[in-house]
Design a binder for this molecule. Structure first.
Ligand code: AHN
Ligand code: ZN
Length: 343
């Protein structure tokens, strides 16, 4: 019954905006009374192009592992900043130096692409763009000191957001600002029982040093590992704790759009990801859309996908249907929000 209500709700949402051409050509002008509020702008929700997102992921993978202090990392940074600029964003590269748990000082950069930079109502869309320095969960012990390709873990979220940036450039929104943030140095943390603060160094830096002073956003959506076949995005504990209303509206919309197999209503334990720092330091409510599959392999208590932090996190795991599910849901959130159609 709840599903039917959600489905009807979303069908109304989707069709009420996609059938209305801009300018209302051919329709009778509607009478408006002088007391009526300014009507919300009418916009079509663009179609998320999964092939385009896939290409953006392949382009990142082609640089090799994007580990801070390597040429591949610098080359990928320039690629990402260039793409955001091509799509019409105002781009800020927030450079910073930070000491990793290993003792190495990382030269890192958060990449921010602003759409409608002056709009007071804003949403953050984020993913991390660095890849992990070590494959410490590789099944082959001899490979555990190699860096990871970080295709699902990193590049997938960035690829989906680049496609969303492309759509924002081609289909401008009104009354809403979007900040796409590619956090650096998320994945240079200490494994095992290591310190939580050794992870998410870019999001910690940004949360203490916004790219514009006095910055505020209504809420944020983090994408992490959004590319795998049969991905499952349950309600993750840190999101549920700090941003329950955002979880509710995103999952309700996703389930109504027919993506309930991906956007599972299951609640799972909280994890430390970039959203933890944005929630606790910046105090901007941020959810994490992250693949936490049901593990059939009971020998491990690891909650992440099997290729997580291994040398097998490569393009082979990417399924375009998963990219589209996530991308279309996030686009629907953004455009419905801009039209004032989400509570
Ligand atoms: C920890 O393992 C502490 N956090 C997981 C966050 C993460 C790493 N996401 C992708 N890579
Ligand atoms: Zn990782």
């Amino acid at each position: 019954m709840k599903n039917i209500v959600a489905l009807v709700f979303t069908i109304v949402l989707l069709f009420s905006c996609s059938c209305q051409p801009d300018g209302n050509a051919g329709s009778t002008p509607k009478a408006t009374t002088s007391t009526a509020a300014k009507p919300a702008p009418k916009m079509k929700i663009p179609k998320f192009d999964r092939d385009s997102a896939y290409q953006f992921i392949a382009a990142q993978a082609a640089f090799g592992p994007r580990v801070p202090n390597t040429p591949a990392h610098t080359a990928c940074k320039n690629y990402l900043a260039g793409k955001l600029a091509d799509f019409g964003a105002t781009v800020i590269e927030q450079d910073f130096k930070v000491k990793a748990y290993t003792g190495t000082t990382l030269n890192a950069t958060n990449i921010i692409g602003q759409f409608n930079p002056t709009a007071p109502k804003r949403i953050v869309l984020a993913a991390h763009w660095d890849s992990r320095h070590i494959a410490d969960y590789d099944p082959d012990e001899s490979k555990r000191k190699e860096p990871v390709m970080g295709v699902d873990d990193g590049a997938s979220g960035v690829g989906v957001l680049l496609e969303i940036a492309r759509q924002l450039g081609a289909n401008p929104i009104e009354n809403l600002g979007i900040d796409i943030i590619f956090f650096d140095a998320e994945d240079h943390g200490e494994g095992g029982e290591g310190n939580v603060e050794s992870w998410g160094l870019g999001s910690q830096h940004w949360s203490r040093n916004f790219h514009v002073s006095g910055y505020r956003a209504d809420y944020g959506i983090l994408l992490d590992m959004v590319g795998s076949k049969n991905a499952r995005f349950p309600i993750e504990g840190t999101s549920a704790r700090y941003a329950p209303n955002i979880v509710r509206k995103v999952w309700r919309l996703a389930q109504g759009m027919g993506y309930g197999d991906y956007f599972s209503a299951q609640n799972v334990g909280g994890i430390t990801d970039d959203h933890y720092f944005v929630n606790t330091i910046a105090r901007i409510p941020m959810i994490d859309i992250i693949n936490l599959p049901i593990k059939s392999d009971k020998d491990t208590d690891e909650i992440f996908v099997n290729h997580w932090h291994t040398t097998h996190d490569t393009m082979e795991n990417i399924d375009k249907r998963t990219l589209r599910a996530v991308g279309q849901v996030v686009l629907a959130v953004v455009y419905n929000e801009a039209m004032g159609r989400l509570q």
